[in-house]
Write a protein that binds this ligand. Structure first.
Ligand SMILES: *Cc1c(COP(=O)(O)O)cnc(C)c1O
Length: 461
């Protein structure tokens, strides 16, 4: 067999080219070398199969593409036009600038995370938000953990491990992402006692279930769904009285957990932590990144003696917040001291209260950009629609909004082209059309889309 000359230049030679120097400076020696070798190997294999070997430049270009893919971030910003404002899969609440700055500062520098400047001694991590949470909810004390699932886990594990917790069958919920109340209970080490029926649970169901092994009574806010028709549930106050009578704490898992009355901003009512406490809950748990509009966190507010027990549980250490998120949470909670200004300052609330006329105007501008970018094969229009709050909050209530709709044969292809943009745009498909609900289309999104939407036409049929 005659010896064939290698179809590719040596790696050493490639490394000495100016094009490779650029890659070396940007990606370092190890990664660049690995990419060049991988491309060389691919060329060798193709050559053996009879393909024409590419030139040096083409090979280095291919290595550059490989490196760019390798170093590209996996988590990317998207434009949320799904119509769900607090979208769990898209990271829920967008944070206010104050919180972003506070988190960045905390991540950049050493902080007083667990340090008391006055005494020069060790301080407490929760201290930074404890007084704010007490002030904002009327609670005696508060603690914070990784998320609300962690808050529920910590409460149950601390107060009910090895004991029983009666819960109404109408409240044994599953929230997306495998949070199922019965499973969390099992993991927390307590025994769930199902009481009542899916649609009706009475005070006597609780009374009958209470025994010497009962650790606490729990109310789970019905997130993600609503039960209507022939229904009965025991009011918070009555449940609190039953628990008190039995000498057991009454715990409410609020889920979305508003900190202020949303009615004042023209939104439907969602129970607040303050209301739940006033109705007799000994502990209330809720999320930081749902209606509160902050970073992912789980907040527990209520009786000081119970909070102390939570803090002494070794699980607390495993579930605690890092300084960046704690700083962001503190900044968001501080905004609640000026509640009337929240719709301007808190992005989540700004989006939820955005006037329909402003949304329609934004939709009009997007339509004007999308039409020429898509070409005449598609019917692009502005239509009224309804946004969802998301994260299980107020599942029945929809907010009046406006969408750009795209109709035509195979709208999935338009949806996938929008997702492939440098700033990916996410909508939803329904009634044979693509809906781009413009409630969450911000000025920044509009500016960035103006630059990339013209590319949409490329590759169009
Ligand atoms: C969302 C929710 C949870 C879970 O909260 P995360 O912050 O996502 O961990 C728990 N309970 C209820 C009722 C919820 O709505």
């Amino acid at each position: 067999m005659p010896a064939t000359r290698s179809p590719i230049p040596s790696i050493d030679r490639l490394l000495r080219t100016p094009a490779a120097a650029v890659l070396l400076a940007r990606f370092g020696r190890d990664a660049t070398l690995a990419a060049l070798r991988a491309e060389a190997e691919a060329v060798r294999a193709a050559f053996r199969a009879g393909a024409q070997p590419p030139g040096e430049i083409a090979l280095i270009d291919a290595a550059a593409d490989r490196l760019a893919r390798l170093f590209a971030p996996s988590q990317r910003r998207v434009v949320n036009l799904t119509g769900t404002v607090l979208h769990t899969n898209l990271g829920r609440a967008p944070l206010p600038e104050e919180a972003i700055a506070a988190a960045a500062e905390a991540m950049r520098h050493p902080t007083t995370l667990e340090f008391d400047l006055a005494t020069g001694r060790r301080g407490e991590r929760d201290h930074h938000v404890r007084s704010l949470l007490r002030e904002l909810t009327g609670a005696e004390d508060a603690t914070v953990v990784n998320n609300n699932a962690a808050a529920v886990l910590l409460v149950l594990n601390t107060l009910a491990k090895g004991r029983e917790v009666p819960v109404s069958r109408g409240e044994l919920i599953e929230i997306g992402g495998s949070f199922r109340m019965p499973e969390i209970m099992a993991r927390a080490g307590c025994r769930l006692v199902e009481i009542g029926t899916t649609n009706r649970t009475h005070a006597r169901d609780y009374r009958d279930a209470i025994g010497p092994r009962t650790a606490l009574l729990m109310r789970v806010h019905q997130a993600n769904f609503a039960i209507s028709g022939f229904t009965a549930r025991v009011a918070d106050r009555e449940l609190a009285a039953i628990a008190k009578n039995a000498g057991a704490p009454f715990v409410t898992d609020l889920g979305a957990g508003a900190l202020v009355d949303l009615d004042r901003f023209g939104l439907p009512h969602e129970p607040t932590a303050r209301e739940a406490l006033a109705a007799g809950a000994d502990l209330v748990t809720f999320s930081g990144d749902k209606l509160l509009g902050g970073p992912q966190a789980g907040l527990v507010v209520g009786r000081a003696d119970l909070i102390r027990r939570l803090n002494r549980n070794p699980l607390k250490r495993a579930l605690r917040l890092d300084k960046g998120r704690l700083a962001a949470l503190e900044a968001v909670l501080r905004l609640y001291r000026a509640p009337d200004l929240l719709p301007q300052r808190l992005p989540a609330l700004a989006l939820l209260t955005r006037p329909e006329s402003a949304i329609r105007a934004a939709a009009g501008r997007l339509m004007d950009r999308l039409r020429p970018a898509l070409g005449p094969a598609w019917q692009v229009a502005v239509e009224p629609c309804r946004s969802q709050i998301g994260s299980g909050a107020l599942p029945e209530d929809r907010l009046l909004s406006a969408a750009v709709t795209v109709a035509g044969k195979g709208v999935e292809s338009v949806a996938s082209r929008l997702r492939a943009l440098p700033v990916p745009v996410l909508g939803r498909i329904g009634e044979g059309r693509l809906w781009l609900d413009c409630r969450c289309l911000t000025d920044t999104d509009e500016r960035d889309l103006a630059a990339v939407l013209p590319d949409l036409g490329r590759g169009a049929m």
